[in-house]
Design a binder for this molecule. Sequence first.
Ligand code: HEC
Ligand code: HEC
Ligand code: HEC
Ligand code: HEC
Length: 508
Amino acid sequence: MNSTRLTMLGAALACAMMSAGCDDTHVVKTPVFQTGLAAFTNQASPFEKAFPRQYASYRQNDESTVMTEYNGSRNYQKHNDFNDKGWKHAQPYLKNLWLGYAFAYEYNAARGHTHAVEDILEIDRINRFNPQGKGNQPASCWNCKTPNMVQWVQKDGDKFWSRDFNELRENFNVTEESISCSTCHDTTNMEMKLYSIPLQDYLKRTGQDFDKMSRNEKRALMCGQCHVEYYFAKAPGTVPNKVTFPWDNGFDVEQVYEYYKDKGADNGPFVDFVHAVSGVKVLKAQHPEYETWKTGPHGTAGVTCADCHMPYQREDGKKFSSHWWTSPLKDAELRACRKCHADKTPEYLRGRVLDTQKKTFAQLLKAQEASVRAHEAVRLANEFTGEKNMDYDKLMAEAREMTRKGQFFWDMVSAENGIGFHNPTRGLETLMRSMEYSQKAVELCLAATNGAIIEGVAGDIYKLVPPIREFSREMQMDPEALKSHKWLSYMKPVPKTEKVWDLNKRIK
Ligand code: HEC
Ligand code: HEC
Ligand code: HEC
Ligand code: HEC
């Protein structure tokens, strides 16, 4: 037997054993156990005794130091490449693009699942300074952090979603009830089970039955509970603030964008926030890993998230799924990949990933700069007092629409955590289109002002509009600090108040 056939046989064997990327996947079943634990056992440690290997790997999610070239497990500030709170591949304009929205205060890279609750409690997007103790965000934000969600919704019904986030702050154990076993399993027998209400709603709306799905589809949907684009419902006839998946037209970026056109409170376009400087009504995208993967080379071949992020491991002759959800590149041997790509070296595979990421990241930065230029053009055209084009209003309406669309397309790649790898073609195509829309916005503003704003929009964007490096709730309490950047001066100062919350303890 020559070496090619050997590796092919190896790959086929690996495939059969791993039961992924092959046609016979649905035949293999998830093992069923009798755990003796109650349904909805939301803490993690009660599972240690029965499942020591899964539990030990789950605890590895605590690790929060190891980095890869573009990713890794430090929760660094994603706009920052200038000090040790950041990382070399940062996106300098994030605070500019989200000005007027809580994301501009703080936005960090993802780390392990066991930190999810701690990280949401400490993020500056939730107000910890409100004298009444309110978070000024809906309870919907809890949806992807703790399995306690399920009981909270059972208790409050549809009212849950519009409760204030901070009303639930004290209701649980921070380290034990972050994303945990009952997020994905029926805790009585460890079968895969959906806990996510928005995903169940979507399946119901589209006539799909989770119980009848193949094992492989179920494995991917475990992650599709949270690693998706979503929004908080506003349209008439919906449950206010309920987390909803925008997939009714399909998973492509254009289809998702179309979906949003009548989901606003007035049945007009859905709006996450109004940009503080340009007044453009922006849509904020969130981590669409599931959608991106599903339409990419591995997703269409039936290779699921778990194949790469939960590879099988062996210990004392026992085979189990790793529950350390992290970058596969942290393993020098890239064992997860080589279960299937047995004929390739780790160096080759790593090279393929990095090549995609490098090219995607370069275009991501350009699309981001084009978006900033579009907002600046709209700002200048809004404030323009000279002789306007007779179609000024029409041209400006179109310019705002193009700015919104350009930013959403950029964000659907920016917020996606694979930096292109989950779907290289989609990543680059989406960024290309983002740049087209943003550029069109600038052209429309030029037309609306008969070219008068040209000096403000032509040339080096880093000089025209420098990145906003620092911004936080506390900075907004200081009128002097808001004078430090032309765009920050558009933010209204807020009254000075003291910090009310420390983790989940009320200190004031
Ligand atoms: C984010 C989702 C998720 C969470 C959280 C999770 N699991 Fe799993 N678990 C899975 C998936 C996916 C599989 C693979 C199922 C399959 O392939 O049929 C799995 C498989 C298992 C299995 C079957 C044997 C094996 O290793 O494949 C056990 C036992 C298990 N998990 C225990 C746990 C325990 C204990 C916890 C909490 C400490 C936990 N899981 C948390 C998704 C999760
Ligand atoms: C309940 C919601 C939820 C589910 C289900 C879920 N995740 Fe996550 N995931 C998160 C959140 C939230 C974070 C970021 C946590 C933080 O930064 O504190 C995260 C972070 C991650 C990370 C980054 C870890 C690192 O080291 O940087 C990976 C990888 C990941 N998830 C993969 C998966 C996979 C694979 C699945 C399915 C088996 C899955 N997740 C299911 C919510 C979820
Ligand atoms: C073919 C393998 C493969 C599949 C399938 C896959 N991923 Fe990934 N994923 C990767 C690689 C490679 C990276 C890049 C890691 C890096 O840059 O360090 C990554 C990155 C990530 C990250 C960011 C990790 C970090 O360090 O912050 C998350 C989150 C993630 N994937 C979630 C998912 C989810 C959810 C799915 C399924 C919907 C999925 N992945 C499917 C290989 C895969
Ligand atoms: C369960 C099997 C399986 C696993 C695990 C797996 N792959 Fe793949 N990979 C495939 C299949 C199947 C294809 C598609 C082949 C085709 O259609 O030509 C593919 C295609 C690819 C391609 C070419 C398409 C592209 O994206 O450019 C690359 C590169 C690749 N894989 C890298 C990786 C890396 C890196 C990992 C680990 C992070 C990995 N694969 C994990 C099965 C797998």
